[in-house]
Design a binder for this molecule. Sequence first.
Ligand SMILES: Nc1ncnc2c1ncn2[C@@H]1O[C@H](COP(=O)(O)OP(=O)(O)OP(=O)(O)O)[C@@H](O)[C@H]1O
Ligand SMILES: [Mg+2]
Length: 321
Amino acid sequence: MIEVQHITKRYGRVTAVDDVSFRVERGEILGFLGPNGAGKTTTMRILTGYMPPTEGRANVAGFDLFNQPIEAKQRTGYLPETPPLYPEMTVREYLDFVARIKGVPSRERKDRVNAVMERTRVADMTDRHCSKLSKGYRQRVGLAQALIHNPEVLILDEPTAGLDPKQIMETRDLIRGLGGDHTIVLSTHILPEVAQTCQRVIIINKGRVVAVDTPEALTARLKGAETMFVQLDAGGEDAAPALAAIPGVTRVGPADERTTHGAFEVESDRGTDVRREIARAVVTRGWGLLELRPMRMSLEEVFLQVTTEEIPEETRSEQHP
Ligand SMILES: Nc1ncnc2c1ncn2[C@@H]1O[C@H](COP(=O)(O)OP(=O)(O)OP(=O)(O)O)[C@@H](O)[C@H]1O
Ligand SMILES: [Mg+2]
């Protein structure tokens, strides 16, 4: 549904987007994750035909963005970083206006405006001037205008920015509900957001794609090794060597959880389950096993790892699927 090939965007000497390629399948929700200045907005502006790339090609909904930009744009809804509202119009007037310029036939317009107002929960603000809307409502009206012509593709630049926690949950539900019928690319710096709403995530840093995968696989793959959290009620200084002697264990270190005593992180090769051996070793010595659980790397840690360090070869090779 969306195919981006080797897109580069330079602003003078600043390379905002550097040789980015990716695909989004029909009905998929793709999360674009990256720190400030990573190039998310720039990529989205290019995808919506708002500005051309310096190099590269893109195809949106079956149309080449550079040869058939009008056809591609007709099939795309865009929520920019700042929703493009007209302050002097009421919400209904504004949405009706957008429907008109997006070519919604006049007999369908009223129903369409009502339907998107319902869906984005702005119906209680119908007659409010756009200039008098709160930030959260402005964002929702922005989403409403992106949906107004029922586009196949939705490009949403930080759709939950500025919303309160309840609105964030509602907006995530709304976006999840739009997936399947629509192909969606959204950007965010909020990690739980990609895990909760997206099927696939692209991590972008300094204009480059550093990882592409499902949130789960990304977490698992970047972990490299299995780590167990082990807490004992005895053993003291003997505990670490005893744990390290277990076959399959590659490393034992103190757990850095501040309030726990006698706690260790026990690493083993990926795919090796050493829980039974740990339990046996502890019990044989007459120590008490207070806790034994796998430690999962959070998406936060994954994100920090891929945006601050050299990343593993296997991850890089996914750059151009
Ligand atoms: N119009 C412009 N002129 C010059 N440089 C720009 C322009 N727009 C963006 N940049 C630069 O391009 C880079 C990428 O910016 P972009 O807005 O795409 O990042 P972003 O990932 O959307 O960041 P944020 O999370 O802060 O929204 C940044 O270094 C930015 O300073
Ligand atoms: Mg941005």
